[in-house]
Ligand binder design. Structure first.
Ligand code: AMP
Ligand code: MG
Length: 302
C-alpha cells in the first residue's frame, strides 16, 4: 500500500536542464484509486505537519516558504485550505499576489515578495508569487511598460536576467534559513474547461468566475511554454519545483502534503533544550506556585 513518502520523488525537479512538461500527466494518481485511501493519507500528512510546525515555531530558527503557481481553476485555494487545515494559524502566513499596486510598481519586482517572506519559525505560503514576473508578464510583455523599468534595461535578455535574479534571491534566502519549496499545480486544459463550466453553472461558484480567465485560457500554449522555461531555469536542489498533477484535487493535496512533511522531516526539528539556568527558574516557579499565594490578596473576578 502506498505511503505518504512515495508521492514525492516522481514530481520533484531539482535540475531543470532536461525538464519537459510532456513527461508529466495532469491526470496521474500514481495508482491510488480509492478516495478513501487518499483521505487517510492526507489526514496523516496534516497531522504530522501540525506537530512539526509546533516545533518549528518553538525553535524560531528556520522558516519555510511554500510557493504555489498554477493556471486558473487548478485548485490553489482549496489546496491551501486542506493541506494547512491542521496548522496553528499563528504560525502560518498566506499571501496572495494579484496585479501589482502603484506602490509595488514603484519598486523592483522582488520587493513585494521580499516583504511578505515568513519570519523565522513560520510557514509562509505564496498564492502566486514573484514567478508571475516570468509567466503572465512574459505572455503579455506589454505589462513591462507599466512596470516603469528604464527602457535601456528592458532587452532581449530580460527573462534570462529575471531567472538569474530569482535564483540569487532564493539562494540568499536559503542560506539564511528560509527553506523554499515550489509547486506547480499542473491541470490539463480539458479539466480547466470543465471547472470553468461548473463555475458558470453552479450559482455558489459564480463568484469564482472571471471573464479574464477565459481570455488567459486562449493563451494556454504560451503559458505552458513559459512554465516549462521557468522550471528549466529555476529548479534547484535547494529550491526544487514539484510538478503536481492537478486534474484530481485529492491527489494534488497528498503530493503537496507529502512534500512539505518530507521537507520539515529533514530539519530534524526538536523542541528547544532547556539549559540549567532556565531549569532552575522553572523549579523556582513551581515552588512558588505550590507554596500558595502569600502576600497580595488573591482577587476573584466578580
Ligand atoms: P487571482 O489569483 O485569480 O485572484 O488573479 C490574480 C491575477 O493577478 C492573475 O491574473 C495574475 O496573473 C495577476 N498577477 C499576479 N502577479 C502579477 C504580476 N506581477 N504582474 C501582473 N499580473 C499579475
Ligand atoms: Mg483567478
Amino acid at each position: 500500500m502506498a505511503r505518504l513518502a512515495d508521492f514525492i520523488d516522481r514530481y520533484r525537479v531539482t535540475n531543470g536542464k532536461h525538464f519537459r512538461l510532456k513527461d508529466y500527466d495532469p491526470a496521474d494518481t500514481r495508482g491510488v484509486k480509492s478516495k478513501q485511501r487518499a483521505e487517510e493519507l492526507l489526514r496523516e500528512g496534516t497531522q504530522r505537519l501540525s506537530e512539526m510546525q509546533d516545533k518549528l515555531y518553538a525553535q524560531d530558527r528556520w522558516a519555510l516558504l511554500i510557493v504555489i503557481q498554477a493556471m486558473d481553476a487548478a485548485g490553489k485555494d482549496g489546496l491551501i485550505k486542506h493541506v494547512m487545515s491542521g496548522v496553528n494559524p499563528q504560525g502560518c502566513q498566506v499571501t496572495s499576489f494579484k496585479v501589482p499596486s502603484t506602490e509595488e510598481l514603484d519598486h523592483d519586482f522582488l520587493w513585494r515578495t521580499t516583504r511578505a517572506l515568513p519570519e523565522r519559525g513560520r510557514i509562509g505560503i505564496f498564492n502566486r508569487s514573484h514567478y508571475e514576473e516570468v509567466l503572465v508578464v512574459r505572455v503579455h510583455p506589454q505589462i513591462l511598460t507599466s512596470q516603469k523599468v528604464p527602457p535601456p534595461l528592458v532587452t532581449q535578455d530580460i527573462w534570462k536576467e529575471r531567472f538569474e535574479d530569482i535564483n540569487a534571491f532564493e539562494r540568499h534566502q536559503t542560506r539564511n534559513g528560509t527553506i523554499i519549496r515550489k509547486f506547480f499545480l499542473y491541470v490539463s486544459k480539458k479539466e480547466q474547461k470543465r471547472r470553468f463550466l461548473s463555475r458558470l453553472d453552479e450559482p455558489e461558484k459564480n463568484w469564482k468566475f472571471s471573464a479574464a480567465d477565459v481570455r488567459e485560457r486562449e493563451r494556454w500554449d504560451d503559458y505552458m511554454d513559459a512554465y516549462e522555461d521557468m522550471i528549466r531555469h529555476t529548479a534547484s536542489k535547494h529550491a526544487p519545483w514539484y510538478v503536481v498533477p492537478a486534474d484530481n484535487k485529492w491527489f494534488t493535496r497528498i503530493v503537496v502534503a507529502a512534500a512539505i512533511v518530507d521537507t520539515l522531516d529533514d530539519l530534524k526539528l526538536e523542541y528547544p533544550q532547556v539549559d540549567p539556568i532556565k531549569r532552575r527558574e522553572l523549579a523556582a516557579a513551581r515552588r512558588l506556585l505550590l507554596s500558595g499565594d502569600r502576600g497580595g490578596k488573591g482577587r476573584t473576578s466578580s
